[in-house]
Design a protein. Structure first.
Length: 245
């Protein structure tokens, strides 16, 4: 069985295609295509890129992409990239929330009021002094209960999940979508062909786009402008799409 690189090179030559033609069709740089043919996988940006580039190159040549990717996965030393995130420190906070503290305070006031009324009933409900004391307790309890049962303003919700739609056109675009940041979980990594689209959802999205001028983006159903010449990568949030280093 021919090697991965030999299979790609022989099929490209058989079809009469040059590296520059394949580069124009797939939007994969010629140096990466040549690295695949020479099986210099270490010259590629990473294992995820290697699989994505190999799959798109094979599809362009009419080969079976999954068969070549499976052969690539079986090669010694070709492991999945693993990124370990440090544990996030958790700051100490109150055991009870504000609403729970108010409810507990109201319950204490009710208990105190009931105990006062019970003492009043046992020691003598007929005396004027007892009546005055009972009225005072009732007024105090009523005031505290009114303040304790005042409706609390709803808590502000945290950042919600955004739903983004990426569409390629008029040309294709290499697209890598990660959850949250450059070290987040890979949600999509391959060439997005012209006219095709993908849907992803997260609190925010980190994007590496090979040809951002070919992309259009909708965030929660609203079109957002994509920087034509980003400084490095893109970050998609509820407020829109911006370039990041």
């Amino acid at each position: 069985m021919a090697s991965i690189g030999t299979t790609l090179r022989e099929e490209r030559i058989r079809l009469g295609l040059g590296i520059d033609e394949v580069e124009a069709d797939t939007k994969i740089r010629a140096k990466y295509l040549m690295a695949l043919e020479d099986e210099r996988f270490e010259a590629l940006p990473g294992t995820a890129y290697a699989r994505a580039f190999l799959r798109d190159y094979a599809e362009q040549l009419g080969l079976d992409p999954q068969e070549l990717v499976n052969r690539l996965n079986q090669m010694a030393g070709f492991d999945e990239d693993v990124v370990l995130a440090p544990r996030r420190p958790v700051a100490p906070g109150p055991i009870l929330g504000r609403g729970q503290r108010l409810a507990l305070g109201g319950a204490v006031v009710v208990v105190v009021a009931l105990l006062a009324l019970a003492v009043y009933a046992v020691l003598g409900s007929g005396g004027s002094g007892g009546a005055v004391a009972g009225a005072a307790v009732g007024r105090s309890a009523g005031t505290d209960l009114a303040s304790a049962t005042t409706p609390e303003a709803p808590a502000t919700k945290g950042p919600s999940v955004i739903r983004a739609v990426f569409r390629a056109g008029p040309g294709s675009s290499w697209l890598e979508v990660r959850k949250g940041s450059a070290k987040g979980k890979v949600l999509y990594a391959r060439v997005l062909a012209a006219g095709h689209h993908i849907r992803v959802a997260a609190r925010r999205l980190w994007i590496d786009a090979g040809a951002p001028w070919n992309l259009s983006v909708k965030v929660n159903g609203r079109p957002r402008a994509v920087p034509a010449h980003p400084a490095g990568h893109l970050l998609v949030t509820r407020s829109g799409v911006r370039a990041v280093a």
